[in-house]
Design a protein around this ligand. Sequence first.
Ligand SMILES: [Zn+2]
Length: 197
Amino acid sequence: MVDVEEFYSRIKVFGDLQDPVIQKVKPLFEEVIQRLPDEEQFQIEGHFIIHYRKEVIKYWKINGPSLKLLLGTLPDFTITNRDGNCAYALDDSIDHSIYYLTIVLDKLSQKSDDYIRGLFAHEFAELSFPWRVIKEHETELQKLKPLERNVRINQLTKKDAQTGTLEYQEHENLVNQEAIRLGFEKEIKELELQSGY
Ligand SMILES: [Zn+2]
C-alpha cells in the first residue's frame, strides 16, 4: 500500500485542480495509488500531466524538445486518440529514474469509475513493467553501454512498437498483465472493453 501524501511529495502536477473533471478523477487516482503494492518503482519521482487534450499537446510541445534525449519517444497526442501515456527514463536505481504520466481529461466525464481506475492502473503498469524487466535482466544489462542498454530494454519491453501493429498489441497485453498483477483485474477488463487497450 502506498501513502497518498508521501506519493504527492514525489510528483509535480500540471493541471487545473479546480476543474470539475479533475475533481471527479482525483479520488479515483488516489484510490489507485493507495492500492498499489509497496514496491520501489512507485517511489520514483515523477511528473503528472493531467489536463485537456489541447493543454496536454501544448505541454509536450513546450517541454518535449528538452526531454527527448532523456525519454526517447515522446507521446504525441495530436495523432493518438488515447487517454493516457507514461514516458520514462529508468536507470538501475530509483534515484536516477524519472517518469512523465499523462492523462487526457476530455473523454473522462463520460467514462465509468472502473474505466478511469483501469486507465491509471495501466499507466502505472507502463512504469512498473519495464522496471521489473530491467531488474530481471540486470546482469545482462550491466554489461552493455548506455545506448546498447536502451536498445535492449526497448526490445525486451517492445516499448517502441508502432500503434496498430501486432507488436504494439503484445506490449499492451504485457502491461495489462502487469496491471492485473498489481491488483486491478476488474478495472483492466473494463478498460479493455471500452477502448481496446
Ligand atoms: Zn499502454
